[in-house]
Design a protein around this ligand. Sequence first.
Ligand code: NAP
Length: 252
Amino acid sequence: MSAEEKSAEVKNALITGGSRGIGAACALSLAKAGFNIAISYLGSDGKAEAVVQSCRKIGVEAIAVQADISSEEDCLKLVKQVREELGSIYLLVNNAGITRDGLAMRMKTEQFTDVITANLNGTFIMSREVLTDMVKSRGGRIINMASVAGIYGNAGQANYAASKAGVIGLTRSLAKEVGSRGITVNAIAPGFIETDMTDVLPDKVKEAALKKIVLKRFGKVDDIAAAAVFLASAEAAYITGQVLEISGGLSL
Ligand code: NAP
C-alpha cells in the first residue's frame, strides 16, 4: 500500500519534541485517539524509541525522527521523512521548545536569539512546510504550544516570553490565512506543568507559582494532552485562532 493510500485511512500527526514531557503525552493520547504518530526529538533516542513502541502497542503506526527544530535544514528533512514513511500530515503539534532563563539586563544576545530560533522560527518553519499537505487536502490542524509567559510575561524569561508571544501572533495570523481552506490553527498556553523543563526550577520559584494556582496543584502532562486531542478532533472544527490557557487558574 502506498503512503498516500495509508494516509487516506488513518490521519497522520507530527508532534515535535515528542520524546518527553508534554510532547510524549500528546503523542500517546493522539495515538489512543487513532492517529498515526511521528515524533521528533533532539537527543533522547531511547526515550523517543520508547514513545514509538508505546504508540505501536496502541495499534497505530509510529516513527521517531531526530531533528533540531532550530535548524531549517533539519525541519525540511523531518517533514520529508514523515511524508515518505507515513504519508501526508493532517495534524502538526508544534511542541518542541526550550528555555534559557536569566534577567534581561544580563542576558546575552545569543541567549535571547537561541530561544527565539527554537521556539518561534521552528514553529513558523514547521507550519509553513506542513501547510502544503493541508491546503492540498483542504483540511488539517496546527496546534502550537505557547505559554502563559507569552500572554502575561515572566521575570527572568524575556527571551522565552517573547518567543511564546510570537507563537500566539503567528497562530492568529496563520488561522486567518488558511481558514478558508478548512484548516484550523490554535495555541495552548500551559501554566506550570510537571516536566523536566520545570523540574530544574528552584523550590522558591515553584512555591511562588503554586501560591498563584487556584486549583492548588501543578499541571500534569495529560492535562495538556487532553486539550490537544480535543483541538485535533472533529468536534473542534469550528475553533480557530484561539489560545487555550491551561494553568489551573494561575492568571486569575
Ligand atoms: P521538556 O520536558 O523539556 O521536553 C522538551 C522536548 O522538546 C523534548 O522532546 C526535547 O527533545 C525537545 N527539544 C528540545 N530542544 C529541541 C530542539 N532544539 N529540537 C528538537 N527538539 C527539541 O519540555 P515540556 O515541559 O514538555 O514542554 C513542551 C512545550 O510546552 C515547550 O514548547 C514548552 O515551552 C511548553 N510549555 C511547557 C510548560 C511547562 O510547565 N512544562 C509551560 C508552558 C509551556 P529531547 O528529549 O531529545 O531533548
